[in-house]
Design a protein around this ligand. Sequence first.
Ligand code: FMN
Length: 203
Amino acid sequence: MTIDPRIPDHDIHPIFLQRWSPRAFSSDAIDEATLFRLFEAARWAPSGNNSQPWRFIYATRDTEQWPLFIELLNEKNRLWASKAAALIVLVSKTTNLRKGASEPTPLRNHSLDAGAAWANFALQAEFLGWKTHAIGGFDREKAREQLRVPAGYQVELAIALGKQGDIAQLDAEFHEREKPNSRNPISSFIAEGVFHFSDEVGH
Ligand SMILES: Cc1cc2nc3c(=O)[nH]c(=O)nc-3n(C[C@H](O)[C@H](O)[C@H](O)COP(=O)(O)O)c2cc1C
């Protein structure tokens, strides 16, 4: 008997448990209207001073730009992500021109805010029956060059998007991990009143 790795300790909306990151994608293409519904969800993420520093650069499969996006990925990620319906490179703006100011000021939360937008994107995808898989293993410098990301923006993350596919299409080395994983208990990451965690440096 296998134990379900995604049983919550407290009652939450099922979408949080349902979302996971497969590597097997089907051959389904994604239409622009659906893709834009995901960007719409990202749009409504909260951000410091409502600065909205996220920027999504995307390509869908079988377009001219597609090979360029695939080339950014490290070899292992390329093996499975090249079958996705779309690839997105998430970039964040590192400075902001505040109202009335003449010089831009650094945006302290640009990565955090881009992360919130990515989470909205991923959950909206799940709502609509699509799967996302975040990819940190890609060449950020190459992405900057190839996608013409100017100074003042940080390349954050690549995201593969598609309909979940049959595991048989996936390289054998990934089969073992092609299932939802679990999480640490809440007790490992919350503390009341003051910082006290068992993984604190020096413990
Ligand atoms: C910032 C970030 C970078 C990641 N990089 C990779 C990656 O390079 N390759 C990969 O296969 N998965 C990557 N992942 C996927 C994580 O391994 C996965 O989200 C995590 O194990 C939790 O599993 P779940 O998304 O299925 O719930 C990345 C996820 C995040 C958020």
